[in-house]
Design a binder for this molecule. Structure first.
Ligand code: M6R
Length: 599
């Protein structure tokens, strides 16, 4: 989380940095700031609590002009959300921006305070600034001071540094994303995210961990150094990414709504891309690998759905792992096992750490990822791009659908197998069905208007719909700030049923499969005065309406195992309208960020 943008060169960089920060605002929006270097070398910091809009207003008044600029949009880790803790952090000599966490900040801070250094903020980031200043006073050498400071801090971080001494920028990272780029005219850029550099650079350069990038505006080029100051070759150059238009909301009020509406077309496009691979990941053999699927949040839910496909369609054993937990267990990995990582951003710290661990164990790694060129993309042996296009709403919608679809395809094409194959037909039906469902948004909105003020929402589903119950609840709590839980319908009676009263809504997914059992679970809730909103098979409308306060009838016909994705879109629309009625910040819900780049 946190977005970083910096530039140095011939032109005034303030607008460039502000535009880059605006693109990266989804990474954090607790505060924003930028530093400029005046021609006399003095450094000026402009910061504001809250969204980039606040910073833009300040810049509008102050009108700073500079060819060297660094900027930051913050998702708070250490230190409350206020202007004092906003980045950049600076003094007379340096100004720095930071993304990540310095895990040993407390002990270094104590040490520096004992030497009389006074801290201006409560952030861990300022520790790096103070170390840098201290070492520079001793060495008078910027690269050496950065190296010494960097060697002291633990954890995953990226730093960009501006100094009074020159018009250059410096950057370094460990385990956090960092990308540099050069324009044809010699303007130099650095960012935490290639997206900020779209349309600005002719290439993208990714330094490896512990490599110092030196953006030298005098020579109009970027050089790389090891921590011992020797020139480094540890960086990868890639052509600029496929041109991505900077996305706008178009006719929609929110990005989330736009992204929900993009799904029919994306699903249809997926059909056009459907081909059988020349070579399968797994050659049929007697010693079949165990598949480990990793993800966080929505991506983990996608993993649960994909596991169901794999178990149905192949002989493979498969487990789904929360990337944030995996490393702390004693997982038993074998050399021929396969690890699949699911991520929209490709920058989620926990997912990346698990990928790293699997690589160290020598296991084959595959990703199901949206952002081409992301750290995960560059880490894995093989990548399956979900091609959902930029997802800006913090609540993931279209990425989930495309992750699950990609997993569906993979489950049929991973291994030469004779088992169940459903193929492309249900995908075609899915595109049509989602389109029809979007046309019924008002119906769902009306239900949202009836129930939005209830105190709690329990989403239930069985089998293939259990991951959808989890995903439905996550979406609602994340954007509507309301208590919601996803439960396997059969588990309610083992505890959560104690919560049921007339203030609790049970959103019961009752699909044709396991209908009788799931239906009984909803009736049990009704008997305890719970409010029932059934999302179920339209063919059973009469029976379902008997115990339901609200009923959304869906046509499951022809969707085979993709029907859960169809149900999920109904839940996305429902959450969207509950949040809209509540007046929350739908695209940038409080306390969240789009990419979670801290562990
Ligand atoms: O970028 P990733 O897919 O790796 O992100 C994983 C989660 O942080 C993400 O899915 C999160 O749960 C979403 N905000 C859910 O809508």
């Amino acid at each position: 989380m946190c977005g970083i943008v910096g530039t140095t060169g011939m032109i005034n960089g303030v607008d460039i940095v502000l535009e880059g920060l605006t693109r990266l605002e989804y990474r954090g929006y607790d505060s924003a700031g930028l530093s400029v270097r005046n021609p006399d070398g003095s450094l000026q910091v402009h910061r504001r609590e809250g969204k980039i809009e606040h910073l833009k207003n300040l810049i509008e008044q102050k009108k700073p002009v500079s060819s060297v600029v660094i900027g930051h949009t913050r998702w708070a880790t250490h230190g409350v959300v206020n202007e004092q803790n906003a980045h950049p952090h600076g003094n007379d000599l340096f100004s720095i921006v930071h993304n990540g966490i310095i895990e040993n900040a407390y002990e270094i801070k104590q040490e520096l305070m004992n030497e009389g250094i006074v801290f201006q903020s409560d952030t861990d980031s300022e520790v790096f600034l103070q170390l840098l200043t201290l070492y520079f006073k001793q060495t008078q050498n910027i690269v050496k001071s950065i190296a010494k400071s960097f060697e002291r801090v633990k954890g995953n971080s990226a730093f960009v540094i501006m100094s009074k001494m020159d018009e250059h920028l410096y950057a370094i990272k460990h385990g956090a994303p960092l990308v540099c780029g050069e324009s044809a005219q010699g303007q130099l850029y650095v960012s935490s995210d290639p997206y900020a550099l779209t349309g600005l650079t002719q290439n993208l350069i990714f330094p490896e961990n512990s490599v110092i990038a030196h953006l030298n505006s005098d020579e109009q080029k970027i050089s790389f150094y090891e921590l011992n100051s020797k020139l480094s070759k540890r960086y990868k150059v890639e052509d600029k990414l496929d041109h991505q238009d900077v996305v706008s909301k178009g006719e929609f009020e929110h990005f989330m709504l736009k992204e929900i509406h993009e799904q029919p077309l994306l699903v249809q496009q997926f059909c056009h891309r459907w081909t059988e691979p020349e070579k399968r990941v797994i050659e049929q053999s007697s010693d079949l690998p165990h598949l480990f699927i990793f993800g966080c949040g929505t991506a983990w839910h996608a993993g649960l759905s994909i596991k169901n496909f794999i178990e149905k369609k192949t002989e493979l054993r498969c487990s789904v792992e929360l990337a944030s937990e995996f490393r702390y267990r004693q997982p038993k990995l074998r050399k021929n096992d396969i690890a699949i990582f699911i991520s929209q951003s490709g920058e989620t710290a926990d997912t990346l750490a698990s990928a790293q661990l699997c690589r160290e164990e020598g296991i084959q790694t595959l990703s199901i990822v949206n952002v081409k060129g992301s750290t995960l993309y560059r880490t894995c042996d093989q990548n399956y791009l979900i091609q959902a296009g930029p997802e800006i709403g913090v609540a993931s919608t279209k990425a989930f659908t495309m992750q699950v679809l990609t997993g569906y395809w993979l489950s049929e094409n991973l291994i030469q197998n004779k088992s169940l194959k459903s193929g492309i037909k249900p995908v075609e039906v899915l595109a049509q069905r989602i389109q029809e469902l979007l046309g019924r948004s008002q119906e769902i909105q009306k239900i949202a208007e009836e129930v939005y003020s209830k105190k709690s929402f329990i989403f239930t589903g069985r089998g293939d719909y259990f991951p959808i119950a989890l995903e439905g609840a996550l979406k609602l709590k994340e954007i509507a700030y309301v208590h919601a839980e996803g439960y396997a319908a059969g588990e309610l009676k083992h505890g959560p049923i104690a919560l049921i009263d007339s203030e609790v809504v049970n959103i019961a997914i009752i699909a044709p499969e396991l209908m009788d059992k799931t239906l009984s679970n909803a009736v049990e809730v009704k008997s305890r005065k719970g409010v029932i909103f059934t999302v179920g098979d339209e063919k059973q409308a009469v029976q379902m309406k008997e115990f339901s306060d609200y009923f959304l009838g869906l046509n499951f016909e022809g969707l085979a195992e993709l029907a859960p994705l169809y149900v999920n879109v109904a839940l996305q629309i429902f959450s969207y309208y509950v949040a809209k009625i509540k007046g929350t910040d739908i695209d940038k819900p409080r306390n969240l960020a789009k990419s979670v780049t801290v562990e």
